[in-house]
Design a protein around this ligand. Structure first.
Ligand code: KIV
Length: 303
């Protein structure tokens, strides 16, 4: 059997506390899903953090369009520029080469026409080094998912609550809480899997919807606010670390890094104030110091 998931307890190895594991691929995630072994995913936005997340045993990293809010401070995910997605995706892959990296295709980068959608998804793969791209979709996106898949681009179809459509719904929120909408989400998932989606991502739905999607599809299903039954689980890293002021209700932080960052930065403010900046200073060799002081004195005398 292909053992792929990192040991839960195990001797840390590699540079600075990483765990040894085989590189994780989409096939690995499929195998884990088939074995009923949940895999962990996080949205994050830089290479150094990606490296630490790989060392922690995270299986998939998403260069999410949430970067528009988290990194750029913009009001909605729809502001995410495609070029930034490409750059951030490549940064994650360079930081975590043994982890599946997913590019989150931004608003309007796959809606206007199929040629443009294919070229943009292709950029995420070639320039962005993505292993898979994610599209927010309903069943009407089946043809473009089919075309991407035929072109060799693995696609994760994001169904349920779709943040890029927040303007229509009047904000972010849950989905599938009425019988009609729940049934539509399940049909979307089925149609997109049939079109070739290699994975599904299910956002902010009741457990009943998740159970129905899992019963009707065979590809790995990643959940965010979609209960515990999904094959994989994803959150925005900043919500998990306690860095965001208003995380969504389904994101329970495992750390309080916001306050830790504030306290660490405040300690720096105090050090600067006290002229005790720490670290190691640069020094001159004694003969250079004497020569330099003589040169300074000479300049003073001759001016
Ligand atoms: O952009 C994002 O962070 C997402 C979530 C599903 C994590 O799409």
């Amino acid at each position: 059997m292909d053992t792929v998931s990192p040991p839960i307890t195990g001797k840390p190895d590699g540079e600075r506390g990483g765990q040894v594991r085989k590189p994780v691929t989409i096939k690995t995630l499929r195998q884990m899903a088939a074995r009923g072994e949940p895999f962990a995913c996080l949205a994050c936005y830089d290479a150094i953090t990606a490296r630490w997340l790989e060392r922690a045993g995270v299986h998939l990293l998403l260069a999410g369009d949430s970067a528009a809010e988290i990194v750029l401070g913009l009001p909605r995910t729809i502001h995410m520029p495609l070029d930034l997605t490409v750059w951030l995706t490549a940064a994650l892959k360079r930081g975590a080469p043994g982890t599946v990296v997913m590019a989150d295709m931004p608003f309007l980068s796959y809606h206007t026409d199929d040629g443009e959608a294919l070229r943009n998804a292709g950029r995420c793969m070639t320039e962005g080094l993505a292993d898979i791209v994610k599209l927010e979709a309903d069943a009407s996106f089946a043809p473009i998912i089919d075309k991407m898949t035929r072109a060799g681009i693995p696609v994760c179809a994001h169904v349920g609550s779709l943040p890029q459509r927040a303007a229509i719904r009047g904000g972010y929120g849950s989905a599938g809480r009425s019988a009609k909408e729940a049934a539509r989400i399940v049909e979307d998932a089925v149609a997109l899997e049939q079109a070739g989606a290699a994975m599904l991502l299910l956002e902010a739905v009741p457990d009943e919807v998740t159970d129905a999607v899992l019963a009707r599809t065979r590809v790995p299903v990643i959940g965010i606010g979609a209960g515990t039954a999904c094959h994989g689980q994803i959150l925005v890293l900043h919500d998990l670390l306690g860095l965001t002021d208003h995380p969504p209700r389904f994101a329970e932080p495992t750390a309080n890094l916001g306050e830790a960052v504030r306290d660490a930065a405040h300690a720096w403010v105090q050090r600067v104030h006290a002229r005790e900046i720490g670290g190691r200073r640069y020094e001159m060799a004694e003969d250079e110091r004497v020569a330099f002081q003589e040169a300074v004195q000479h300049r003073k005398a001759s001016s």
